[in-house]
Write a protein that binds this ligand. Structure first.
Ligand code: HEM
Ligand code: CU
Length: 758
């Protein structure tokens, strides 16, 4: 099969499908005045369409430009997706029997570049364009025309970058009429196959002229990104509406601001490096050749942009997560400030880790070590975000909507993708796994996990606002589940085969990996199908979705989360359709831990910090003592039944250098249960801002029981092991309940004393 023809046909079919869905849905659509659109009428609307085209080509309205960006990014995403599907199809068999290895090389190169440069950033810039001014209460972006220019640089950039496809097909078609010699140039053009990192010296020596076009396209897109970034920064600084102070700035705008800041420092560097590469290729300069600056210089320059670029792609996704997740769990974002500071911290750190992509190149070991340290440290701000999201969900009113499914799935894929990245930051591990599928699995869990998940979550969340209609909500839930499922199957499998050592960027692989590769391919087909379902839902619902009849489609007023963009929507609905603003029957605060002083441990406390600490500590000690006594009952029973060995307790003495007798062990056990664990519980229950100490106690006890199980295991097996586990759990639950109930009791008493029982 001829791969370029296959790819072009696949793209044409895809876009014909899109047009067909659009056309059909439109034909069946109901206008907002209740009339239907006749197909003839649609055809006679030709001149209106012309006007529309002119409008879209010349618009400077931030919402229109935003939609253009989103549409462009979606097209690029589908294009890169076709590449991905072709690659995964090739990997169904161990031999290179579907495409040649050369084609496979071209596919992963164009796939990587299209996805990273033309899909992710444009979609996020589109969402930013549409919503930042609404969230900030601004009229438009700071520089509307520059904004439009920034967008319109992108289509030519994409065409330059991927011209190889058209030139190749064109050349082959022409070749049937014209002699090969006359069009030799066209026939030498190929899609670029040097990998998205464009490493020298291959990228200098490769004779393919398409590589120069690609570099020009990348340069253009870099300019577009820089222009867009400046615009976002200026908008956040100077266009905020009245009352939107820095302290009031929403979390998505914070993220877009920081992203733009990173882009401003990173992209000029890529631009310069690209120009140097072009000069090396065409004018005989020696920036990256062996007798000049050397190939490693390219890697330094590339990754000095490349790593921050990772954060440019991913911070907007975390911003959307922090914005959307709270709306579907009825709680304010936990630790807003910590999330903002962690974002700012990431932006600085992201410039200090680039050489972790070069651990295998022979960088000076002392320098390598410092890059390792910073790369591990950069996990901290990301982890802060994850903890804050989890804590936001804790004890919330979870609404099982498509955006929520995607948020929850996104947190999951981000945790796995992120933690596997921390391993790669460790030099010895990176040396082993650098060139394997482990890396592919690691970063796809982010680039197919949280990033598109959050784009799609945002598309569902704001669909009513943008279109005034509902998408098909059942289909959306199904689509969300498919996406999470397919992504996990595909990329977890790659982590595993990478762990076994399978090299990446190879069309051919050993036969024993075939089953795993096939599983990964099926997973990616599922991702592909769910992407098409999403697209269908977006297009068809635009004409046939239920009309939004309320000014508060997500019932956000009830939890006091009716943010600026929805207020804008409400005023538009009121002005345009004369709808009365929706008012919920009951409202409650989107409670944050600060507002929950009455239920937290320091409840009713009056006095200095030390008094509060002292009284909490004594509560904890009494609770811990009661809990330990209750627990002793469970453990004693276990010892009697013979599934727990009391002698294991005696070993506690050895740990602290005391005699190894059961009496000393029991005393230490009591002391530990009274002092250390309750202090942990104190920290734990304050961190988890749930109302019920009781549940917190159970969760806490369950967690610490695992440590106990391992520490006091004395070789039981079979039923005795089951009994051991069961009794330990029950004993710990008794501990947790005793601790929590004592706590609650003492707290209530204290409140009575201070507030006279009120
Ligand atoms: C269903 C979705 C996707 C599938 C099935 C997929 C599949 C693949 C495959 C098979 C490779 C080549 C692995 C190798 O042989 O080394 C690859 C590489 C890559 N992918 Fe994806 N991908 C998907 C989505 C994405 C997205 C959304 C992005 C970015 C936003 C992305 C970025 C990359 C990059 C940067 C590479 C490395 C290219 C290189 O080695 O030069 N992919 N992907
Ligand atoms: Cu990096």
């Amino acid at each position: 099969m001829n791969p370029v023809v296959v790819e072009l046909v696949a793209l044409c079919v895809l876009f014909a499908g899109v047009a067909a869905v659009w056309w059909r849905a439109r034909g069946r659509g109901v206008l907002s005045d209740g009339g239907t659109v006749q197909r003839d009428a649609v055809i006679s609307e030709f001149s209106r369409l012309q006007n529309e085209a002119v409008r879209w080509l010349t618009t400077t309205d931030h919402k229109d430009v935003g939609l253009l960006y989103i549409a462009f990014g979606t097209v690029a995403g589908l294009w890169g997706g076709v590449d991905a599907m072709m690659m995964r199809t090739e990997l169904l068999t161990p031999a290179a029997d579907i495409w040649t290895p050369e084609t496979y090389n071209a596919l992963f190169t164009t796939h990587g570049l299209t996805m990273l440069i033309f899909f992710v950033a444009p979609v996020f810039f589109g969402i930013g364009n549409y919503f930042l001014p609404l969230l900030l209460g601004a009229d438009d972006m700071a520089f509307p025309r520059v904004n439009a220019i920034g967008f319109w640089l992108l289509p030519p950039a994409l065409l330059f970058a991927r011209a190889g496809l058209f030139i190749q097909v064109g050349g082959q078609v022409l070749n049937t009429f014209v002699e090969a010699d006359a069009i030799r140039f066209l026939l030498t053009v190929r899609e670029v196959g040097v990998g998205w990192t464009l490493y020298a010296p291959l990228s200098i020596q490769s004779p393919n002229p398409q590589l120069d076009l690609l570099l020009l396209g990348l340069h253009l897109s870099g300019i577009a990104t820089t222009v867009g970034a400046i615009n976002f920064i200026a908008t956040v600084f100077y266009e905020r509406g009245e009352g939107v102070t820095w302290a009031e700035l929403d979390i998505f705008s914070w993220n877009m601001l920081v992203t733009s800041g990173i882009a401003l420092f990173a992209f000029p560097l890529l631009g310069s490096a690209i120009i140097m590469l072009l000069l090396d290729r065409n004018f005989g300069t020696t920036f990256f050749t062996a007798d000049g600056g050397g190939a490693i210089l390219w890697q330094h320059l590339f990754w000095f942009w490349g790593h921050p670029e990772v954060y440019i792609l991913f911070l907007p996704a975390t911003g959307l997560m922090s914005l959307i997740l709270p709306k579907f769990v009825g709680r304010k974002l936990f630790g807003f400030r910590a999330v903002v500071y962690s974002t700012l911290g990431l932006s600085v750190l992201s410039f200090g880790v680039w050489a972790h992509h070069m651990f295998t190149t022979g960088v000076d070991p002392r320098i390598r070590a410092s890059f390792m340290a910073v790369s591990i440290a950069i996990a901290v701000p990301s982890a802060i975000k994850v903890f804050n999201w989890l804590t936001t969900m804790w004890d919330g009113d979870i609404r099982m909507t498509a955006p929520l499914i995607l948020c929850a799935g996104g947190i999951g894929t981000f945790i796995i993708g992120g933690v596997t990245g921390v391993f790669l930051a460790v030099i010895p591990i990176d040396i082993l796994y650098h060139g394997t599928y482990y890396v592919v699995g690691h970063f796809h869990l982010i680039v197919v996990g949280i990033i598109p998940f959050m784009m799609i979550a945002a598309s569902y969340y704001w669909y009513p606002l943008i279109t005034g209609r509902w998408y098909d909500r059942r289909l959306a839930r199904f689509q969300a589940i498919l996406l999470v499922f397919g992504g996990t199957v595909a990329f977890m499998t790659l982590l595993v085969i990478g762990g076994l050592g399978l090299p990446r960027r190879q069309a051919i692989y050993p036969a024993e990996y075939q089953l795993a590769q096939q599983i990964a391919t099926v997973g990616s087909y599922v991702v592909g199908i769910s992407a098409l379902l999403w697209l269908y839902n977006m297009l068809a619902s635009y004409w046939t979705g239920d009309q939004v009849e309320t000014t508060d489609p997500w019932d956000l007023k009830r939890t006091n989360q009716f943010t600026n963009e929805w207020q804008w929507f409400e005023s538009r609905m009121v002005d345009k359709y004369d709808v009365t603003p929706h008012e919920p029957e009951t409202t409650r605060p989107s409670y944050a831990p600060e507002a929950e002083a009455t239920s937290s441990l320091t409840a009713g406390a009056v006095g200095s910090t030390w008094q509060v600490v002292a009284s909490n500590a004594s509560f904890a000690a009494i609770g811990g003592f009661v809990g330990t006594l209750l627990m002793a009952g469970g453990l004693g029973t276990a010892a009697l039944v013979g599934v727990f060995d009391l002698a294991a307790l005696a070993e506690l003495g050895e740990l602290v250098g005391l005699p190894q007798t059961p009496a000393v062990g029991a005393a230490l056990f009591l002391a530990g249960g009274t002092v250390t664990w309750p202090l942990l519980f104190l920290a734990f229950s304050d961190y988890l801002p749930g109302r019920l100490l009781f549940e917190t106690g159970l969760v806490f006890a369950t967690i610490i029981s695992s440590g106990f199980l391992i520490a006091f295991y004395s070789g039981q097996s079979g039923l005795a092991l089951v009994g051991y586990v069961g009794f330990v759990l029950v004993a710990h639950w008794a501990y947790g309940i005793g601790l929590a109930v004592t706590f609650q009791f003492l707290q209530a008493k204290r409140r009575e004393r201070f507030w006279g029982g009120g």
